[in-house]
Design a protein around this ligand. Structure first.
Ligand code: UD1
Length: 389
């Protein structure tokens, strides 16, 4: 039998909440594509039910074949622990390729183990750059891209960044945005905001804004955190706010003794929401204030104005074409941009190229062709690959 006819095993890695929305359509597309055998590995970086279980259920992600159960820790401890636990699994799974998504610690940890074992690495969402190396995610992105064999991008600027860093253009494939595949697949099933907010004693909130904050640069410094909470409190006098609290953010607010600043009926604090709840809240929002990467893209796809409370974005297309404005963290600037949107409606924006719900299918097709070509090459030149180091 020819190698091209063989089934190729793709070991897909997830670790943290934003990975789940990305992997769901990829698992579906790989399953549907003949000749590919997807396996799912969860590192356990995010482990709380709020941060994990509901996403698997709502997005119909298959139960992981392997769960490394690493949990939290410093960056070094978390990354090292994923690497330590991943290595023997990689040996026993013996995949043809390891597929990683996004920019979290699990992404770089698994990519690094794979490349050192000479297992090819596929990176989905490659080439995004904030050019801010104080962001842990930026380090993860740059390093993962350098050691990946196949790089799938969400916007055209990513290829420019990658080529500039010396990545061979033929490795780069512009396929669109798998996060938006998930959004389009589920938007009709989004849970209405009124239903979700009922659980928090708030049913008649519309119109409202949504807030998410979790970046270390915004929440780990008590002074910065206080400033941001102050401007949110001020903004809530103009528009009620819904604020799902990330565990890191809740912990920092409690440690800094700032919880009372959110004690107003104009701000609805919730637990981290499930995917369908969050989508239902965002789709009806007047605007979103966030420091998340994924939410900048989701609001652009939904046409909801977004204010990004960071000094930069690695997703420039959301500003150039979408509804996103990067406002930084200066309270006055945030408040001015906020009132501008309330009074004038904010940017209209359009949906970027190839954010059409078919990115995962393009990934499956391209990856399958790449694996077949590689297998054919191996047949011609006996390979030294898969030597265990
Ligand atoms: C991680 C990602 C970030 C992503 C974010 C989404 C990295 C470097 N960062 O940040 O890019 O945007 O996920 O949430 O990988 N915690 C819990 N329960 C959990 C998980 C975390 O309580 O299930 C708490 C722990 O106190 C932990 C803290 O949250 O120490 C931070 O978790 P961690 O995985 O280190 O990073 P995130 O801030 O979530």
């Amino acid at each position: 039998m020819l190698m091209q006819d063989q089934t190729h095993t793709v070991l897909c890695v997830v670790g943290a909440r934003p990975n789940f929305m990305k992997i769901a359509p990829i698992m579906r597309a790989l399953h549907a594509h003949g000749g590919l055998r997807p396996r799912l590995l969860h590192t356990g970086q995010h482990y709380d039910d709020d941060m994990k279980r509901s996403f698997f259920e709502q997005l119909s992600i298959p139960q992981p074949d392997v769960d490394l159960g690493v949990g939290s820790g410093s960056h070094a401890v978390q990354t090292a622990e994923v690497m330590r636990r991943f290595e023997p699994v990689l040996d026993s799974e013996n995949p043809d390729v390891v597929l990683v998504v996004g920019d979290v610690n699990s992404t770089i940890a698994c990519a690094l183990v794979a490349v050192k074992k000479q297992v090819p690495v596929v990176h989905v969402e490659a080439g995004l750059r904030s050019f801010d190396r104080s962001m842990p995610e930026e380090i993860n992105r740059v390093l993962t891209d350098q050691i990946s064999d196949v790089l799938f991008t969400t916007e055209r600027s990513a290829k420019i960044n990658l080529v500039h860093e010396g990545v061979a253009p033929e490795r780069i494939h512009f396929v669109g945005n798998v996060m938006i595949d998930t959004l389009l697949h589920h938007v009709e099933r989004a849970i209405p905001a009124a239903h979700t907010l009922q659980d928090y004693g708030n049913t008649a909130l519309e119109p409202y804004g949504v807030v998410t904050l979790h970046r270390p640069s915004n929440v780990d410094d008590p002074h910065m955190l206080r400033q941001l909470l102050e401007v949110l409190r001020q903004a809530s006098d103009r528009l009620p706010l819904v604020f799902p609290l990330h565990p890191r953010t809740r912990a920092r607010i409690e440690e800094a003794g700032l919880l009372r600043m959110l004690d107003t009926p104009r701000i609805s604090i919730t637990r981290p929401l499930g995917y369908l709840e969050m989508l239902g809240i965002m789709v009806r929002a007047t605007l979103v204030l966030t420091d998340s990467g994924g939410i900048q893209e989701e609001t652009t796809a939904l046409g909801v104005p977004c204010l990004t409370l960071r000094e930069n974005t690695e997703r420039p297309i959301t500003v150039e074409q979408g509804t996103n404005t990067v406002v930084g963290t200066d309270p006055q600037r945030i408040y001015r941009a906020f009132t501008d949107i309330i009074e004038d409606g904010g940017k209209a924006g359009c949906v970027p190229e190839l954010w059409d719900g078919k990115a995962a299918q393009r990934i499956a097709t391209t990856l399958s062709a790449w694996l077949a070509a590689r297998a054919a090459q191996d047949q011609q030149v006996p390979s030294k690959r898969k030597v265990n180091i």
